[in-house]
Design a protein around this ligand. Structure first.
Ligand code: PLP
Length: 367
């Protein structure tokens, strides 16, 4: 947070529109500019964004959503909430992103959506996924909670998949406290997303079934929820968005300093980056080998370093176990989870902080 962020929020608080006002619209237009999407709809969280995206895609009972287990549970649970069947497929061994070959093997004529996650900020192999989806008659949802500002072959995240979702939770690359957005390339999907996040309300006189009811009249044709992001929070997001490229640059420096400082250290494996992507690094996912991840995690926490593990394979959550899903289903994801240790990654880390983290890792590995 800087003073501009605080002032932007205060201006809205002193103004006429707390919600449904011009600051929401301005933030959405700025997101469209950044992403190259036809339309962006802001919502109250990344989870809401996924729910809206799946609803806009028409996901319902009987439909299958093919997705990755190496993500936060919401990527899958928001599809369950619409009555869909979730099919987990394995990830690529190096990036931990959904594996296009595994997707191709899993799609059926009931697959409505293929949902990938740009793990750590590194975009999925979208060209391959889009091709599989178009052959299968499915839509692609890209969960870009980690990757606002990343590019794939020079194209920005948000302009790659049919629907892209963002999270603006404080741990992410830019924040509105709680918040998120859906970006889409298709005006129809955009209209559906907008309706679902606004209770399903229809006001356009041309679309009303009962247009003569009166000037107050509005209708619901398909149900929706209230997922509207208020102007108060859109102001924070819009202000933060102006610094996104500075955030990306600093995150790249943090990433590079870790790569350099940890190169050649035994017992670990460093994250990979493919040549055709330019990620905004949300995580620095180190891999700790030889079954020592937990020891290193505990030693670093005891040393005051806020390491984390991202993520428990989603089908290990009891809600999926109770649907009959068993461990062993996605070996690459499980092997990745067993080794993964996220080092601190944010824009306010100083070079000294980073060096202290590197020291802490190497000391923990020696211990
Ligand atoms: C954070 C996150 C979400 C959920 O976002 P919220 O804003 O916390 O609801 C979904 N998917 C991924 C990959 C995330 O990291």
């Amino acid at each position: 947070m800087n003073d501009d962020d605080v002032e932007a929020v205060a201006t809205v608080l002193r103004g006429d529109w707390l919600t449904t006002g011009p600051t929401v619209a301005a933030f959405e237009r700025a997101l469209e500019q950044l992403t190259g999407a036809d339309r962006c709809v802001t919502v109250t969280s990344g989870t809401a964004a996924l729910h809206v995206a799946y609803a806009a895609a028409g996901v319902g009972p009987g439909d299958e959503v093919v997705t990755t287990p190496m993500t936060f549970v919401a990527t899958a649970s928001s599809a369950l909430a619409l009555g869909a069947t979730v099919r987990f497929v394995d990830v690529e061994e190096d990036t931990a992103n959904i594996d296009p070959e595994a997707v191709a093997a899993a799609v059926t004529d009931r697959t409505t959506v293929i949902a990938g996650v740009d793990y750590a900020g590194h975009p999925i192999e979208i060209d391959a996924i889009n091709e599989i989806a178009s052959r299968a008659g499915a839509l692609v949802v890209e969960d870009a909670a980690h990757s606002i500002g990343s590019t794939y072959r020079g194209r920005p995240v948000g302009s790659l998949a049919d629907l892209t979702t963002f999270s603006f939770f404080p741990t992410k690359n830019l924040t509105t406290a709680e918040g998120g957005a859906v970006a889409t390339l298709d005006p129809d999907l955009g209209a559906r997303a907008h309706r679902f996040h606004n209770i399903g309300l229809v006001r356009d006189p041309d679309l009303l079934r009962h247009p003569d009811e009166g000037p107050w009249h509005q209708e619901v044709h398909e149900w929706g929820l209230n997922y509207r992001l208020p102007d108060v929070l859109a102001a924070l997001g819009h202000s933060q968005l102006r610094r996104l490229s500075a955030f990306k640059a600093r995150r790249a420096e943090v990433f590079a300093r870790y790569q350099q400082g940890l190169a050649g250290v035994d017992g670990i494996r460093l994250p990979t980056r493919r040549a055709h992507v330019d990620p905004i690094w949300h995580l620095y996912p180190l891999r700790v080998l030889e079954g020592r991840r937990r020891t290193v995690f505990e030693a670093m926490r005891a040393d005051g370093v806020g390491v984390q593990v991202n993520y428990l394979p989603v089908y290990w959550h009891p809600v999926f176990e109770d649907l009959g899903m068993r461990r062993g289903m996605c070996p690459n994801a499980e092997a990745f989870y067993a080794e993964e240790l996220s080092l601190p990654m944010h824009v306010e880390l100083t070079d000294d902080d980073i060096d202290r983290v590197i020291d802490s890792v190497t000391t923990a590995l020696r211990g």
